[in-house]
Write a protein that binds this ligand. Structure first.
Ligand SMILES: [Cu+2]
Length: 247
């Protein structure tokens, strides 16, 4: 049992750190604290089940397309399957926004994705890689915005730092020029989410803090049935999630 002694000592140093005197700092150099064990976190896995039909939004408004000349041969991507997000409900405390910007590009008359979850406070660059003009606007509260018309290569940045009192921020993004162009930015309270196709399927969330959480999901045309899950350190909890559509 003697070989275990140094490990026990190291663990003790982590849980009860000595005062940061010069002596203790030099002692740490000789015997550095071990990296946080991966087993301090847990995982969730399971299957996202879609019941009923995904409610598709109306496809195309011909009256909104009068400024869109120049890309007529490009088929709008609005018929492509969308995405859903699976996430843990919980607070934003302790999760500073990343310095790196997220990007929502406009190309071939479509947004680069229909669903962009970001941590609250993240800056999103709206870029245009089409030869035609695009616009970006949102009516979503609490911070509606309109970036105006942008030519090819023009970038504008929006920081999504507002959260509703509860839950995630749901920011519906549109282009005033092309009615088929739609996307949703989800402003998340924590980094524990994963994006799946709207057809559902297996999901996995790793590096989760142990505890009791609510697992839920978001899709524009589906309603998630939240479930309570327990994440245990060093373990993978299996839990399915159901999203309901229309009949
Ligand atoms: Cu557009």
């Amino acid at each position: 049992m003697e070989p275990l002694a140094p490990i026990f000592l190291a663990a003790l140093m982590v849980t009860v750190p000595p005062p940061a005197t010069a002596a203790s700092r030099s002692k740490k150099k000789v015997s550095p604290a071990p990296a946080p064990a991966a087993s301090a976190r847990g995982s969730l896995t399971g299957v996202v089940i879609i019941k009923g039909k995904v409610k598709k939004m109306r496809k195309f408004n011909p009256y909104a397309d009068v400024y869109g000349g120049g890309a007529g041969s490009v088929t709008p991507k609005s018929d492509e399957p969308g995405h859903l997000a699976v996430y843990l409900e919980g607070d934003a405390a302790g999760f500073p926004a990343p310095a790196e910007h997220a990007v929502l590009d406009q190309q071939d008359r479509a947004f680069s994705t229909d669903l962009l979850p970001i941590l609250a406070g993240t800056a999103v660059d709206f870029t245009n890689h089409d030869r035609i003009y695009h616009n970006v606007f949102s009516y979503s509260q609490p911070a509606p915005f309109d970036l105006g018309r942008r030519a090819q290569g023009e970038k504008r940045t929006v920081v999504f730092d507002k959260l509703p009192p509860r839950g995630i921020g749901i920011i519906k993004i549109n282009c005033e020029i092309h009615a088929n162009m739609r996307a949703t930015v989800l402003v998340m309270r924590n980094p524990y989410w994963v994006v799946l196709p709207e057809t559902g399927g297996p999901y996995r969330l790793d590096n989760l803090p142990p505890g009791t959480w609510t697992l839920t999901g978001w899709h524009a045309g589906l309603a998630a049935e939240p479930v309570t899950v327990t994440v245990r350190a060093g373990e993978t909890t299996v839990m399915d999630l159901t999203l309901h559509g229309g009949s």
